[in-house]
Design a protein around this ligand. Structure first.
Ligand SMILES: Nc1ncnc2c1ncn2[C@@H]1O[C@H](COP(=O)(O)OP(=O)(O)OP(=O)(O)O)[C@@H](O)[C@H]1O
Length: 579
């Protein structure tokens, strides 16, 4: 059933891509299916009745049959290639939409999801050509059946040849299943190998040189590559042995058949034409069986790849769809009740978080590295669902993620370096206004990126990044672009600033947050600020101190200084250092 669904998908995609070409290919496939039988019949006629007038007709028929198989084959293959290319483009687009469309990020923690997506991504060519692999198999099967029927007209016992064909089909099918299992088992090593390879050869390899870690990383990459290839190689060796055994049985059958027909001719029970027909069919039988096997291999691989694409589609469709729309303006705010979270490795990253984020306020999250600040931000953004407790928005459940996300603006700790034109890299923060120069200019101003853009050769129209020969920026400059992007949405419900200025100096960060704090509460938006610079934190209305996934202190900056606890101690240390 799954294979049928996979087949239907590729048929539908190909038909939509180029219906006329598909029709031409089908006509050629039908003609090619009968060409072998037609040629064999024609040569038997010529051999048995060389002096009759029909000989010319038979020779013309034989020539036409060969022309269809040779010239038609080339034309058909070109058309198939063109259709597959179009289907490939469509599939790539659909795959990207599915991967990006799964709400939240929880699935990206699941190793088996990542392994399967890796295969979906790398096997789009197999999916695109799956339909032709199936059609080719069908063509060879029809052609094979016609040949066997003709053989029975000489002697029914020649059908035994069909039995000798069976091991050559079944053995490779069994070994192909082993190859597919090996592909899944080795996908993880393949990803590790690629990651290490890119780490050693990428633009950021300077860090690796400084640490002199290149040799070690190469060794790890080689181990991952060995693991990957050993698993696949073992399966390929078994496949080669199984295929060879199947062919040995087939060749034995051919020899016996030839001896049997020669004996019939000697006994006068078959004509010379029959012998010529049997030899013609037997030589074709060999390529028909080979073609069937190759077709089965390609069809199985293509349909398995298509099946994985369908799995991704089902997976995306099965994600729970929340229908609660996000409010346009927050009234009371966000509340976390007994929230706990682990990333899937059972280690609690957040525990028993009870926290109220009132509408219109700036809340700062502080704590040591690994305390859980970014994780808390990710839960507020709905990237992950709490494993315990609940998050309420204006007293109700967390809204539908697609709707919630349109109400979030800000800067994330792992901000992306979009290698686009500057105006696109900024404008992507509010897609409906990506072509609005006034909106982009205002965001650039609010994100303190005006000076960066003034230094670029084409201002907002400068291409960013080395990949396309554009301008590369410093870490701080990239951060300012991301700050500007985070300012594109002017009426967010939640403003996230997760270490928004880690690459900028402390004074610039302070000035940025000060300017933000002045307007932050407009429209009742909540700002969540994560920073290690406690001089900036004092600009927040409420400070939450996290330690080991727990809230250990919370209150205003002055409350926490008066408490003389962890926050006051760290604040004092930082003040002394600056002094
Ligand atoms: N994707 C992830 N999968 C598994 N564990 C994770 C993941 N991201 C973070 N963690 C773990 O969760 C804990 C909290 O990380 P988090 O990034 O929330 O800390 P943080 O307080 O923001 O730290 P920092 O100040 O260094 O940014 C850490 O122990 C970290 O190892």
């Amino acid at each position: 059933m799954r294979r049928l669904r996979a087949l239907w998908l590729v048929v539908e995609l190909s038909w939509r891509a180029a219906p006329a070409s598909v029709m031409v290919v089908i006509l050629f496939l039908l003609a090619e299916s009968g060409a072998v039988a037609a040629f064999a019949l024609a040569v038997r006629h010529v051999a048995d009745r060389p002096s009759t007038p029909g000989v010319l007709f038979a020779a013309a028929a034989a020539g036409l049959a060969k022309a269809v198989s040779w010239a038609g084959f080339r034309l058909r293959k070109n058309l198939q290639f063109d259709i597959s290319e179009r289907v490939g483009v469509e599939l790539e687009d659909r795959t990207l939409a599915l991967i990006a469309g799964v709400p939240g990020l929880h699935h990206l923690e699941d190793q088996s999801y990542l392994d399967k997506v890796e295969l979906v991504r790398t096997q789009s060519k197999e999916v695109a050509s799956a339909v032709w692999a199936v059609a080719d198999t069908a063509r060879f099967v029809v052609s094979l059946v016609l040949s066997l029927v003709l053989l029975t007209t000489v002697d029914p016992s020649l059908l035994v040849l069909a039995v000798t064909v069976v091991p050559s089909i079944l053995l490779p099918r069994w070994s192909r299943r082993r190859i597919r299992r090996a592909e899944l088992t080795s996908a993880r090593s393949a990803r590790r190998h690629r990651h290490l390879f890119e780490a050693c050869t990428g633009a950021e390899a300077g860090e690796i040189r400084v640490f002199r870690a290149g040799a070690w990383l190469r060794g790890e990459a080689a181990t991952a590559w060995r693991e990957e290839t050993e698993i696949r190689a073992r399966a390929l060796v078994v496949d080669a042995i199984a295929t060879a055994a199947g062919w040995a049985v087939l060749v034995g059958g051919f020899l016996l058949a030839l001896l049997a027909v020669a004996a019939l001719v000697r006994a006068g029970q078959a004509s010379v034409g029959d012998l010529v027909l049997v030899i013609t069919l037997i030589t074709q039988l060999r390529s028909q069986v080979g073609g069937t096997l190759t077709g089965l291999t390609n069809a199985a691989r293509g349909l398995a790849a298509t099946d994985r694409f369908l799995w991704l589609r089902d997976y995306a469709a099965a994600q729970p769809l929340d229908t609660t729309a996000a409010p346009t303006v927050l009234t009371s705010g966000i509340e976390l009740r007994g929230v706990g979270f682990s990333y899937g490795d059972r280690r609690s990253v957040l525990k028993g978080i009870d926290l109220v984020l009132p509408a219109g306020k700036v809340i700062a999250l502080v704590g040591a590295n690994g305390a859980g600040k970014t994780t808390l931000v990710k839960l507020l953004c709905g990237f992950y669902r709490p494993t315990e407790g609940e998050i309420l928005v204006d007293g109700g459940p967390m809204p539908d993620l697609r709707s919630w996300h349109t109400g979030i603006a800000g800067v994330f700790q792992d901000h992306h370096r979009f290698e686009l034109l500057v105006r696109e890299a900024v404008g992507i923060g509010d897609l409906p206004r990506i072509d609005d120069p006034a909106a982009i200019g205002a965001a650039v101003d609010r994100g303190a990126a005006t000076e960066v853009i003034a230094t670029l050769p084409n201002g907002l129209h400068t291409q960013l990044g080395r990949t396309f020969g554009g301008m590369d920026l410093s870490g701080g400059q990239w951060q300012r672009i991301s700050l500007a992007r985070g300012r594109m949405r002017t009426k967010p419900l939640l403003h996230v600033l997760d270490e928004p200025a880690a690459a900028l100096d402390a004074v610039t960060e302070h000035e940025l947050i000060r300017r933000h704090a002045e307007i932050a509460g407009h429209g009742n938006a909540i700002t969540v600020l994560v920073t290690h610079r406690l001089s900036t934190v004092r600009l927040a209305d409420h400070v939450v101190v996290l330690d080991g996934g727990h809230i250990v202190e919370q209150g205003t900056h002055d409350d926490l200084l008066a408490l003389d606890g962890q926050y006051a101690r760290r604040y004092g240390e930082q003040e002394n250092t600056y002094r």
